[in-house]
Write a protein that binds this ligand. Structure first.
Ligand SMILES: [Zn+2]
Length: 304
């Protein structure tokens, strides 16, 4: 029996159903998510969108073989009230922010489609493998009801991998914003990735796993009293599911005076002087943290 007061947050679960060639990921965010949101003052619709996008970022990022690899999610407007959404994930660290027109965002209502939020926008998914310096990017239209729908299209079009993505976020009186999600994929042997000629959605292995996965409820994904392992077991206990915990998730940003001084040192000295104010400081804005860093010219020169 588990402690009834135990809660399961900021966790990441990797699971496989070997005999059906299915792999899965589950994520639940709580305190780490609230730390990211706390840097901003977002209305509920924007908070929910960012929360779901952050869950998706971890789900996709945890498919990277390279633990220090980075996954970046960037959604760009096609005339909708949300102008920009950026999230990234590396080695358990997560960050993200939104830019939007507050007046127009009020008009979309509590449960908007992606079209209502972004217009004819696009989602760019970028995988960076640091170990091999490999980088690839897929771009798909923002279509459907959730940002997870757009990511499913990415896997279908760019990777030819049948995928199911579930995302859910809600506001809890005690825990603040809570979000969860699941990614399920069918990877038959010898058919991984780009070598596939077509996507087969009617494979019996996939149909079986997908049907079971769709029974997972939103309130289960975001229920901190149920561990992700319990959820995976509840769904797939008849299929010999194997689960292992992924890294613990936390809010992480690489912004610092030292980091920005390093970036600025790559500019020619004349340009740096033009960027600086009268006090000899270059003001750098970290949009992830909503924070301005004054970087002294001398500090930048020291990096050169
Ligand atoms: Zn930052």
């Amino acid at each position: 029996m588990s402690d009834p007061k135990e809660t399961w947050f900021d966790q990441n679960l990797l699971f496989t159903i070997a005999e059906r060639h299915v792999r899965g990921r589950m994520v639940r965010l709580g305190p780490a998510l609230n730390r990211i949101i706390a840097a901003h003052n977002y209305p509920p619709v924007a908070e929910k969108l960012l929360a779901e996008a952050l869950v998706l970022t971890v789900l996709l990022g945890s498919t990277l073989k390279d633990e220090q690899g980075q996954l970046t999610l960037q959604a760009q407007t096609g005339g909708g009230p949300v102008e920009l959404l950026v999230c990234d994930y590396r080695g358990g660290e997560l960050r993200g922010y939104l830019k939007f027109d507050a007046e127009r965002l009020v008009e979309v209502g509590p449960d908007p489609t992606l079209f209502a939020l972004f217009g004819e926008g696009f989602l760019a998914i970028t995988f960076d493998q640091t170990a091999t310096s490999e980088r690839y990017q897929g771009i798909v239209p923002l279509e459907g009801t959730s940002i997870g729908d757009a990511a499913e299209h990415y896997f279908e079009q760019s990777e030819q991998i049948p995928s199911l993505i579930r995302l859910s976020a809600r506001h809890d009186a005690e825990a603040g914003c809570v979000a969860g999600g699941m990614l399920l994929q069918h990877l038959p042997e010898g058919e991984v990735g780009r070598d596939r000629l077509h996507v087969r959605h009617d494979h019996p292995e996939w149909e079986h796993a997908r049907t079971i996965a769709t029974t997972l409820r939103d309130d289960e994904l975001t229920d901190p009293a149920t561990s992700l392992e319990t959820l995976a077991w509840r769904l797939f206990h008849e299929d010999e599911v194997r689960a292992e915990p992924g890294v613990m998730l936390s809010r992480g940003c690489r912004c610092s005076v030292d980091y920005f001084a390093g970036v600025l040192s790559k500019f020619p000295e004349s340009e740096r002087r033009e960027m600086a104010d009268d006090a000899g400081l270059v003001q750098v804005d970290c949009a992830f943290c909503s924070r301005i860093f004054p970087i002294p010219l001398a500090e930048i020169a020291a990096h050169g």
